[in-house]
Design a protein around this ligand. Structure first.
Ligand code: GGG
Length: 356
């Protein structure tokens, strides 16, 4: 198959981890006889520096015409003083919105040889396998007004949703639960927020069309607690934008490091943007020690969801598993022994373990 992929390295460690994913994609292309055409474009702080905007039109156009997009990370203290519309994060929010990528899928499944790296007890996290589905184009991150008032003495952010935006993500969650263990946890704050009360009503309406899926409602504070005290109770979790952002970072402790988690931001026709859950880690940028596995696993999600290349995706995931079993680990992973390796060495180990 021929596929055209846009690469958006972004900021901080973004360049290094995207280079790693490219190396793995090239190896997959060789092993499985595909052609991946890769074009790089600017986003985030790097785009601000070079083009004066975190999301240049050329980037949006290229992404609109691509088969899929692979992104590294955006952000960094360097751009902290910029006005809100120039901040690197606006580039990421903007590309999600421009492409209508409303569903953020964040699978959280620990690798067996990393279980001890979690601060949680192994017996609590063993076997946990959760899919967190985060609504991505509404809520507090996009609502207006969002501004300072009264010379900085007051501030307002707006949590706004259309009913249709809630309906499509909740449908996606039910459909995803059907492909897994058929249990859906809907997370909200319905005791306080009007938006959450509408969300809960829609889940109740929708569940009639999915009688084979069991549904529970959890308040976000209870969900945060249960995620680390009894993660095995969860199969698919669905929630709005900000709750999903926070809960999925929290869930990363189940896997031993935030550096391990991939994500897919998709819409109904399968188009997608894939990126690690972690940010740009400017403190370690350029040192060659970043964990590339979240990005490599994001490339695997891209092959699976956007290109229907299940065998290729599984081959990458198996190669990652084998590297970890062999004791290779980057500095963020506490392996109790094994061999600490650089970003490049970890990538080479994944490529070496990759087989059809
Ligand atoms: N690769 C993820 C990343 O760069 N995160 C930084 C960021 O802007 N996060 C906000 C969000 O994901 O909504």
């Amino acid at each position: 198959m021929n596929k055209h992929i846009i690469l958006l390295p972004g900021d901080g460690i973004g360049k290094e981890i995207i280079e790693s994913a490219v190396q793995v994609l090239n190896a997959v292309a060789g092993e499985f006889g595909h052609t991946f055409t890769l074009d790089e474009h600017a986003i985030g702080g790097a785009a601000v520096d070079n083009y004066g905007t975190p999301l240049p039109d050329a980037t949006v156009n290229a992404c609109q015409n691509a088969d899929a997009i692979l992104l590294g990370a955006v952000g960094g203290a360097k751009w902290d003083g910029l006005p809100a519309d120039k901040r690197p994060e606006k580039g990421l929010l903007g590309i999600r919105k421009a492409l209508g990528l409303f569903a953020n899928l964040r699978p959280v499944k620990g690798f067996p040889s990393l279980l001890h790296a979690s601060p949680l007890k192994e017996e609590i996290i063993a076997g946990s396998d959760i899919l967190i589905i985060r609504e991505l184009t509404g809520g507090l991150y996009f609502g207006t007004p969002s501004e300072r008032r009264d010379n900085g003495h007051a501030v307002v952010d707006t949590l706004a949703y259309e009913r249709t935006e809630m309906e499509r993500i909740i449908d996606k969650a039910f459909q995803s639960a059907r492909l897994r263990r058929r249990h859906l946890t809907s997370v909200d704050k319905a005791n306080v927020l009007e938006s959450s009360r509408l969300w809960r009503e829609i889940v109740e309406e929708k569940k009639k069309a999915y009688p084979d899926v069991t549904v529970e409602h959890l308040l976000v504070d209870a969900a945060a607690m249960k995620l680390i005290t009894n993660p095995n109770q969860f199969d698919v979790m669905v929630t709005e934008n900000m709750f999903g952002d926070i809960l999925s970072d929290e869930a990363s402790v189940l896997t031993g490091s935030l550096g391990m988690l991939p994500s897919a931001s998709i819409r109904s026709d399968g188009a997608g943007l894939y990126e690690p859950v972690h940010g740009s880690a400017p403190d370690i940028a350029g040192k060659g020690i970043a964990n590339p596995l979240g990005t490599i696993l994001s490339a695997a999600l891209m092959l699976r969801h956007s290109f229907q290349m299940e065998a290729e995706a599984a081959a990458i995931e198996q190669a990652v598993r084998e590297c970890l079993d062999q004791g290779y680990h980057t500095a963020d992973l506490d392996m109790r022994g094994g061999q600490e390796v650089s970003t490049r060495e970890m990538t080479e180990a994944v490529v070496e373990n990759l087989t059809c």
